[in-house]
Design a protein around this ligand. Structure first.
Ligand code: ATP
Length: 199
């Protein structure tokens, strides 16, 4: 069973970009946000709970998850969002553990925007944070997703602040316009291996 190292940070901070560097180093990456979306479509447990909680309109007649309908329910309602997360997160956390158990590298990376919010960080060997100035994050996401500043800010609103999140991390990568990212990843990889050697 490979040790699980978390990788988190705010929207647009650069988690996926940093994860890509770890992949290049031969480290398997579990993208919790991507897997959660797949599980919402394919997991019978999640499907049953979503229908029981939000009604059968959550899935179209074809069986496809109606993302627009679900987003409309939870987007501006913190309580409904909490209900959704309470259904999806535990299954995703278990899927990550099952996946890590099959990996043969000394450690794996689990990328998740809501690592601390979902309690997924509990039991992890360490957590890496990715930081970037808020204006740069907004600009990057507007460009990547072709959306407005207001839309990005609304998405950011659902996450705990970076200041709190990054304090909980063992290491922080500064992914701004000045600092080179790859040397920071290499340094953290050394620190991870040193930490694993002490366990
Ligand atoms: P989300 O939480 O929305 O999934 P993320 O934290 O995974 O975001 P990325 O998708 O890695 O962030 O990065 C956001 C955008 O910024 C991407 O288009 C990415 O290519 C770009 N980006 C990230 N880091 C850098 C960088 N150091 N230099 C230039 N562009 C970058």
């Amino acid at each position: 069973m490979a040790a699980i190292i978390g990788l988190t940070g705010g929207i647009g901070a650069g988690k996926t970009t940093v994860a890509q560097v770890f992949k290049t180093l031969g480290i398997p990456v579990f993208n919790a946000d991507v897997v959660a979306k797949q599980l919402m479509q394919n997991s019978p447990i999640i499907k049953a709970q979503l229908i029981a909680t939000f009604g059968d309109k959550v899935y179209a007649a074809t069986g496809e998850l109606d993302k627009t309908y679900l987003a409309g329910l939870v987007f501006k309602d913190a309580y409904q969002l909490e209900l959704l997360n309470a259904i999806v997160h535990p299954v995703t956390i278990q899927a990550a553990k099952d996946w890590a158990a099959t990996q043969t590298t000394p450690y794996v990376i689990k990328e998740a925007a809501l690592l601390f919010e979902s309690a997924a960080a509990e039991g992890m060997t360490a957590v890496i944070g990715v930081a970037a100035p808020i204006n740069l994050r907004i600009q990057r996401v507007m460009q990547r997703d072709a959306c407005t500043k207001i839309e990005v800010e609304q998405r950011m609103h659902n996450q705990i602040s970076d200041a709190i999140k990054l304090k909980l991390c063992d290491w922080v990568i500064e992914n701004n316009d000045q600092d080179l990212m790859i040397p920071q990843v290499l340094k953290i990889q050394e620190a991870i291996l040193a930490k694993l050697a002490t366990l």
